[in-house]
Ligand binder design. Sequence first.
Ligand code: UDP
Length: 361
Amino acid sequence: MSIRILTIVGARPQFIKSAPVSRVFKNAGIQEFVIHTGQHYDPEMSAVFFEELDLPKPYAVLECGGLQRDAMIDKIVADLCPIITEVAPQYVLVFGDTNSTLAGALAAEKQGVPIIHVEAGLRSFNDEMPEEWNRIQTDEFSHILFTPSSAADQNIEDEGFLSPHQRVVNVGDTMFDAVQMFSPFARHRKAMGALEWFQKPFALATLHRMENVKHPERLKERISSLNELHLHGIPVWMPLHPSTRNEVEKEGVEIAFNTSPPVGYLEMLWAIQQCAIVITDSGGLQKEAYFLGKHCITLRNETEWVELVDIAANVLHPLGSTEPLSQKVRSMLNQPLPEETPYGRGDAASQIAQFLLEQGS
Ligand code: UDP
């Protein structure tokens, strides 16, 4: 009998992380039932990925979008429990660190189904981040913890919560798989702006973390440092996350650089390939920059992807930094990028499937 897995996704990075896994599961004959929690629901934050990445049609779409964290988690858990009973999977699989991740794990725990956590063990050691709480609790509940890096393995060991029924398996990063799988199809689209604009050196920027956008003073500081780069360094282009757009409008923050609505993954890969440097507070983008041979400046005080900082492919730009962003960009672009692959070989999805098949046999 084939393995049945109930996969929970709900936010943009999870659609991307899940794409290589779903493809490998299909080829390996693993039966997957995908539940979309509805955490991200705008077409450009959700539907575009199902189309572009050929993701499996969800078995069910829940409607948790727009709820506050606790209410969102409660609703997902309540909606998922009967689905878990109906599908009767061997495992519930969750990705990353969103509310949907933790809710998926809580529902599975409640129904007594073993949990698989892909991208386990990451820590920022910043307990202001809801993602940090989501990660820690999900790891504690999980039975199989697929980690992307040795730092993640070490974090799990240091916390000392592991019991004999939990397994930690370092498979590398499924986002590396996704970059390899989809970058040959990277493309420009008109909605990003004119093609000619992207043919000169530019900085690709994204900003969406609560710690940056949900505090007006911090949001103003981040935007004004990007304005400085745009006016005194190289032009900046930012696909604006819907919640950042809301905050910018609410606070009346002036943006001097180019923006577009959020773009699909193939467009994003194209923009990374074209740009001179990536400037971001996104977890995924820090790695994609490196996989595609670009320097990265991270608009945060710390990162979970410490390896890239250790090898100087990524430099943090903490809040309150006095160094202008234009100066930081200039000095980074003068440094060669190191050649190391800290996040596996780009076959994380195959290793995950292989491991599960071995458990089932
Ligand atoms: N991304 C995208 N379109 C955009 C902005 C980002 O496809 O307009 C992709 C990006 O390339 C990466 C993922 O979304 O693969 C990162 O998601 P996000 O920054 O929302 O979350 P995080 O990685 O910080 O959890």
